[in-house]
Design a binder for this molecule. Structure first.
Ligand code: CA2
Length: 142
């Protein structure tokens, strides 16, 4: 069975509590449940995690690199700052998909650059929580 690691960066644990106009009303637990249901229907396994710590995300990527068939990442603010996560993702020999709830390119200029994009096969942004399901579907086709 294919195993997909889904990583979420800082502050995404606060989803549903503020800025619903930008990020929607769903909590991260809701998104995890949606992903788990979708994965079960597709016959794949997911491991869904969130961290507010850059180093923890880097460690998770290193630890799981030989155990997964694909990785989905919403690195949140680290998208725009983290060379460390970029370098860790380069260690992977499996497809990486970048996801964002909002479309960062239509927001403040400091959100326009992504350190994830050069190491990602695709990016789903601006589709809300559905973007995670689109990313799962894309990895199922790999
Ligand atoms: O649109 C996305 O998914 C983002 O990755 C979300 C990040 C942001 O820094 C990126 O530019 C785009 C922010 C996540 C913060 O989530 C919050 C949740 C509730 C309240 C406030 C922030």
């Amino acid at each position: 069975m294919k195993k997909i690691l889904i990583l979420n960066g800082p502050n995404l644990n606060m989803l549903g509590q503020r800025e619903p106009d930008i990020y929607g009303h769903q909590t991260l637990d809701d998104i995890q449940t949606m992903c788990a249901d979708h994965a079960a229907q597709a016959g794949i396994a997911i491991d869904f995690r969130q961290s507010n710590h850059e180093g923890e995300i880097v460690t998770w990527i290193q630890q799981e690199k030989d155990r997964i068939d694909g990785l989905i990442i919403n690195a949140a603010a680290y998208t725009h700052t983290s060379v460390a996560i970029h370098d860790a993702l380069k260690l992977l020999n499996v497809p990486v998909i970048e996801v964002h709830l909002s479309d960062p390119e239509t927001r403040e200029s400091f959100r326009h650059h992504s350190y994830i994009a050069p190491v990602a096969k695709a990016c789903f942004k601006g589709h809300g929580a559905k973007g995670y399901l689109m990313a799962l579907d894309a990895l199922c086709k790999e």
